[in-house]
Ligand binder design. Structure first.
Ligand code: HPA
Length: 257
């Protein structure tokens, strides 16, 4: 039997970070306040269409911005997206750049990560909060980001003429303070290329619930000790203002494709 419309089994979830508390151009069709066994997500889930394609959006820090990186309820956020039907998630993250190619306003799609966070609710396999998840599973996390999503994001960048670095080891730090120069130097020796505070445990939680996941990072400053000046909020805001239009263009193209 012929179908006029292709069957779409993927629902994309977008988690917006600092500088992206709303998805411009989203035709909002509904908002859902979802209570999860892990508590409340950062904000209501916003469902809508971008270029006619259904998408669900969540502001990681709340809208308005109220949860610092170490107090985001990552478990509730990922759980809520799963229960809203998301089969793939793109997490948008503001980061500091370590690698020479990752200066302010540069967009990066990392391919690996190292987790330096601590004390966060980082797994669903903790207690029998939900009978569906009563068995501990040691998920494979060799490749923390889903390759098909990464490739689709790169293609979207290319189509939109947005400059995008397609590699990088993301160092997930605890925050909310920025790092010392020595900490950044150590992370560089560890092989890290960019640093952010929200990439973990988000990526691992998505993997635990078998949701495809990729990170779309916007560099908003040189990491500590990588420039000749200290990091200021003005500099960070300027890079967000400069780079976020590229992120939005990539997301719109990515979802349309
Ligand atoms: N370090 C950690 N997280 C960040 C940074 C940084 O320099 N910039 C934006 N998020």
């Amino acid at each position: 039997m012929a179908h006029d419309t292709p069957v779409n089994t993927t629902l994309i979830g977008i988690i917006g970070g600092t500088g992206l508390t709303e998805l411009e151009g989203l035709e909002i069709t509904g908002e859902q306040v979802i209570e999860t066994p892990w508590g409340m997500p950062s904000a209501p889930l916003v469902s809508g269409k971008l270029g006619g394609v259904p998408v669900v959006f969540l502001a990681r820090h709340g809208n308005p911005h109220r949860y610092p990186p170490h107090q985001v309820n990552y478990r509730a956020n990922i759980w809520a997206l799963k229960h809203a039907g998301a089969t793939a998630i793109v997490g948008v993250n503001a980061v500091g750049g370590i690698h020479a190619a990752m200066g302010p306003a540069q967009i990066v799609i990392p391919d690996q990560l190292i987790d330096y966070t601590w004390g966060r609710g980082h797994t669903f396999f903790e207690s029998v909060v939900d009978a569906e998840l009563e068995h501990v599973t040691h998920i494979d996390f060799t490749h923390p980001y889903t390759e098909t999503l990464r490739s689709a994001l790169q293609a979207a960048a290319q189509d939109e003429g947005v400059s995008c670095v397609d590699f990088g080891v993301y160092a997930a730090t605890q925050g909310p303070r920025l790092e010392t120069a020595a900490e950044v130097a150590r992370m560089e020796r560890d092989g890290c290329h960019l640093i952010g505070m929200t990439g973990m445990p988000e990526a691992a939680l998505a993997a635990e619930l078998e949701i495809d996941y990729a990170c779309l990072a916007l560099v908003v400053n040189w990491a500590a000790g990588k420039s000749d000046h200290i990091i200021t909020m003005d500099e960070i805001q300027a890079a967000i203002d400069e780079g976020m239009s590229g992120v939005r263009a990539m997301l719109a193209r990515f979802i349309a494709s």
